[in-house]
Design a protein around this ligand. Structure first.
Ligand code: ASP
Length: 604
């Protein structure tokens, strides 16, 4: 080894020891006869002192050393002189007095500071990702991710799970996204699909009798990318045999709780155990199946009350079966009249953006003797207002927002209002993790465009046993055994108990618009396997990137992935994707037709 200790390791008790350190120059301060170098490696920073009189050769190298030069320093540890300790550094009570310095490598001036936590243009960071990853904040994220994955592996191993790798070159898998295809050279004209998840393979491992499987699995989905999405991402994928919904939920909940408490003990788990909320309830209260529950801003159905008010929009909507919902925004009315008008106008613009026709509101005065403000107050009697205030638990200074429209529009409006207001009013505590389960999902959601049912999870989800007859009569009403694990507004896990019976599986295909012929071609191996003693089984996949993002308190998953792609799916460092060599295409029997090259360039 070129070093005896790392740069975060030395303490007062090492004083007097001869040590060798190696790392990067974080900072060099030349004070003439004495040069100070902060030497950095993955473990920390140690101050090196180089004295011209005692070590002239070392001093000469130190004097030329610039940021990010790689040095090997041999010297002696000493306690820093009285009054010069640095409480911000773990090694801040000591320094290493250099006897000898070797320049292991020089460095060009980096395109951005490694040693300062500054806002850097993301494209630059991606282009020089190896330098970006050298920054301590990024190293913390990557190390945190390692600890999470190691914890998961150890925990599951102790619970009797084994890790099995499944192929990357496979066949289309049914997670509802577009596949990435890989052409086969040996069988021209045929393609592998990269797995959207190991779904089928893990189910087949249950058929094969492994009972408890997991894998830190790479999944590939060719989707339009958003903040928390990447074309390839990592799941903790697991599957268990002879289980029911509660078994999978309890196992995962135990693991996530222990993981949080071990890896990020400074984070607060809002609930233990995690609440279980039905799909209908989360949609009705929060307008989303993955709401952030670190804060309230709950929508309360007041259709009965509003239907009796004097406000024609509400009464006619209620008569048409459209809901009226009210949301209490604590303290938001305790502002000037002008500000209130501006705030409510902004919120109205926001909900119009998701299709709502307007936003009614009522501002409760801080002073009880004053009148309620807002356009709809006059249509409610005093008794109705009091009833409303009671139902919402509202207080003086609160703003009450009203939404009434088609249910879908109300959901979208509630969702966007909650997110926007939480951000504006700073309601979400960054150190709180609000994990909870959503259960009792509908098995299918209606796809208006294609006029067919879409699985709300995937086609292998077992319907709730008591709802199986509904597949023949009213599929839209059937609930699935699906469970999603939500945290702070993100889906961090999702799974279900699976169908393990061929006849039931075959019933699903026509409902989701697949001909039996196509289904057999794609999933014939699954159907066949179901005829050889398939045990009841179920599982889940948890998003490793999303969990790491939440644990590291960073705004997107690119911060916790060593080499992520940009929003347009590019690797700016290696320039991927890139055109293939003509010879490669020829071997594969592929001719490329690019319709509009400028479009392609623009998006890369
Ligand atoms: N394969 C599913 C997914 O990736 C998870 C599961 O059902 O286990 O979303």
């Amino acid at each position: 080894m070129l070093k005896t200790h790392n740069c975060g390791e030395l303490r007062v008790e090492h004083a007097g020891q001869a040590v060798v350190l190696a790392g990067w120059v974080n900072r060099q301060r030349d004070q003439g006869g004495v040069i100070f170098i902060d030497l950095r490696d993955r473990w920390g920073i140690t101050q090196v002192v180089v004295n011209a009189a005692d070590a002239p050769a070392a001093h000469a190298i130190a004097s030329d050393a610039r940021s990010e030069y790689v040095l090997q320093v041999s010297g002696q540890v000493r306690v820093r002189p009285e009054g010069t300790s640095n409480a911000d550094l773990a090694t801040g009570d000591i320094e290493v007095v250099a006897q000898d310095i070797r320049l292991l490598n020089a460095s060009k001036t980096p395109p951005f500071y490694i040693n300062k936590d500054e806002k850097i243009d993301e494209a630059r960071r991606m282009q020089y990702r190896y330098l970006d990853l050298r920054r301590p904040a990024m190293q913390d994220n990557i190390v945190l991710r390692h600890r999470m994955v190691k914890f998961m592996r150890d925990y599951l191993d102790q619970q009797g799970f084994i890790e099995v790798e499944t192929p990357i070159l496979f066949k289309t898998t049914p997670e509802g996204a577009r596949d990435f295809l890989v052409p086969s050279r040996l069988q021209p004209g045929k393609f592998y699909a990269l797995p959207q998840s190991p779904q089928q393979l893990k189910q087949l491992l249950m058929v094969a009798g492994y009972e408890r499987y997991f894998q830190i699995a790479r999944c590939f989905r060719d989707e339009d990318l958003r903040g928390e999405r990447q074309p390839e991402f990592t799941q903790l994928d697991l599957e268990m045999s002879f289980v029911e919904r509660d078994d999978v939920i309890s196992l995962v909940e135990g693991m996530i709780t222990a993981l949080t408490e071990t890896v990020v003990p400074h984070k607060r788990l809002l609930w233990k155990p995690f609440p279980r909320i039905t799909y209908t309830e989360v949609m009705e209260k929060y307008g989303s199946d993955k709401p952030d529950l670190r804060y309230g801003l709950e929508a309360v159905d007041i259709s009965d009350l509003a239907g009796k008010s004097g406000f024609a929009v509400f009464t006619s909507n209620v008569a048409d079966g459209k809901p009226v919902k009210a949301m209490r925004v604590p303290g938001a009315a305790a502002v000037s009249g002008t500000q209130l008008r501006k705030d409510t106008a902004d919120l109205e613009t926001l909900v119009r953006g998701v299709g709502a026709k307007g936003l009614a509101w009522m501002a409760l005065p801080v002073d009880e003797n004053e009148e309620v403000k807002g356009p709809v107050g006059k249509y409610f009697t005093i008794e109705q207002k009091l009833e409303l205030i009671e139902r919402l638990g509202a207080q003086g200074g609160d703003l009450i927002l009203f939404l009434s429209d088609k249910r879908e529009i109300v959901y979208n409006a509630v969702d966007i209002l909650r997110r926007t207001l939480a951000e504006k009013l700073n309601l979400a505590d960054p150190d709180t993790l609000a994990f909870f389960w959503v259960i009792d999902f509908p098995l299918f959601l209606w796809d208006e465009e294609n006029q067919r049912w879409d699985p709300s999870q995937h086609m292998f989800t077992l319907p709730m046993p008591e709802d199986i007859p509904l597949l023949d009569t009213d599929p839209g009403k059937a609930r699935g055994t699906q469970y999603d694990l939500i945290c702070n507004g993100y889906e961090t896990g999702g799974g279900s108990i699976r169908i393990h019976d061929r006849a039931l599986q075959e019933k699903i295909f026509p409902l989701i618009g697949q001909t039996m012929e196509h289904a057999k071609e794609q999933f014939g191996h699954m159907l066949e396997a179901f005829e050889y003693g398939t045990p009841p089984h179920g599982g889940i996949a948890c998003g490793v990137d999303r969990l790491a993002m939440l644990f590291a308190s960073v705004p997107n998953i690119r911060e916790v992935i060593a080499f992520p792609k940009t929003q347009t799916g590019s690797d700016l460092m290696a320039h991927a994707p890139s055109p293939a060599e003509p010879g490669q295409l020829e071997e594969l029997g592929i001719a490329v037709v690019v319709e509009d090259e400028t479009e392609v360039e623009k998006s890369s």
